[in-house]
Design a protein around this ligand. Structure first.
Ligand code: ZN
Ligand code: ZN
Length: 208
């Protein structure tokens, strides 16, 4: 977490590209967003790549606003994807740029204002002096428990659906049933088996 008190006025005067576009497009609250999304201590935490996308979408949105364009929910994100996505054909990209130009958006300028994840990282660490505290061991275990628990629940749900479907289709005969998902980890040093839950709770194998 950061010790810094957030002050948008101070940060917009930083000389880096993020500071410059924040001032140019009047991106209110951007620094606060960057810091809080980056230091969020849950699985929702943004990577610097996610943050760069966020910054660039705000730039695009501001450019659309400036041109007085109306857009629907999700349209900015989609337009950004069409402009930058790896999975978008060059034909689609050209078409998207043409449409934006027709709407008086200075596409080239907007694109030149897009930032990389490295730029965002430098802005966070150098200009905003934010540091990312690495999570404690206990927090990492907790996160892993949550993640694996969710995965187990999904596996159980899919299994239940599949069995039920086969049963309805008369492919499989079964009475009322219950699905239990068990993941076991074997320590190859001593051949001891643990459920993943026990292993995380106990923090390692007995033999170590
Ligand atoms: Zn900066
Ligand atoms: Zn062992």
């Amino acid at each position: 977490m950061t010790e810094r008190t957030l002050d948008t006025a101070a940060s917009s005067s930083c000389g880096c590209k993020v500071g410059r576009i924040t001032a140019q497009y009047d991106l209110n609250g951007l620094d606060d967003e960057l810091v809080s999304y980056w230091t969020d201590r849950t699985d929702e935490r943004y990577s610097t790549r996610d943050l760069a996308t966020h910054v660039n979408q705000r730039v695009l949105e501001a450019a659309l606003d400036e041109a007085g364009l109306q857009y629907k929910d999700g349209e900015v994100e989609n337009t950004y994807r069409l402009l930058t996505g790896d999975d978008v054909s060059s034909g689609t990209r050209v078409q998207t740029r043409k449409e934006l130009e027709r709407d008086s958006i200075p596409v080239e300028e907007v694109e030149s204002n897009f930032v990389s994840h490295q730029t965002v990282y430098n802005h966070l660490t150098d200009c905003l002096e934010t540091t990312l505290e690495s999570p404690s061991d206990e927090e990492r275990l907790e996160r892993s428990r949550d993640k694996l628990g969710a995965l187990r629940n999904r596996t159980a749900a899919v299994t239940e659906d599949t069995v039920a479907q086969l049963e309805r289709g008369d492919v499989l005969d079964i009475g009322e049933f219950n699905v239990l998902v068990n993941v076991t980890v074997t320590c190859e040093d001593c051949k001891q088996q643990y459920t993943i839950r026990d292993l995380l709770d106990q923090g390692g194998c007995d033999c170590e």
